[in-house]
Design a protein around this ligand. Structure first.
Ligand SMILES: [Zn+2]
Length: 86
């Protein structure tokens, strides 16, 4: 089955396509605090420019060019010692 996906601002991704194998999945570990993330990349989507920072220690994990849609989800809470009090 061949599918051609339009891309561009305002294009909404049908969930069935989103979860249907057009996505790359990776597991990412923050090099600083050890937090684990599930990274989803939709190569045929269009995201926004910017960067993703670790919500725990604010290390930049990736910079986005806006040509693909990337989402991070925190999956493993790090054991924090000395990074933040409390
Ligand atoms: Zn971190």
């Amino acid at each position: 089955m061949t599918m051609v996906l339009p891309s561009g601002p305002g294009y909404k991704i049908p969930p069935v396509l989103f979860w249907g194998g057009l996505m790359k999945k990776d597991d990412v570990t923050c090099p600083r605090c050890g937090a684990g993330f599930r990274r989803l990349e939709l190569t045929s989507g269009s995201g926004s420019k910017g960067e993703y920072r670790c919500p725990v220690c604010e290390t930049t994990l990736e910079q986005f060019g806006g040509d693909k849609l990337v989402a991070y989800r925190l999956t493993i809470q790090p054991s924090i010692r000395g990074l933040k009090a409390g």
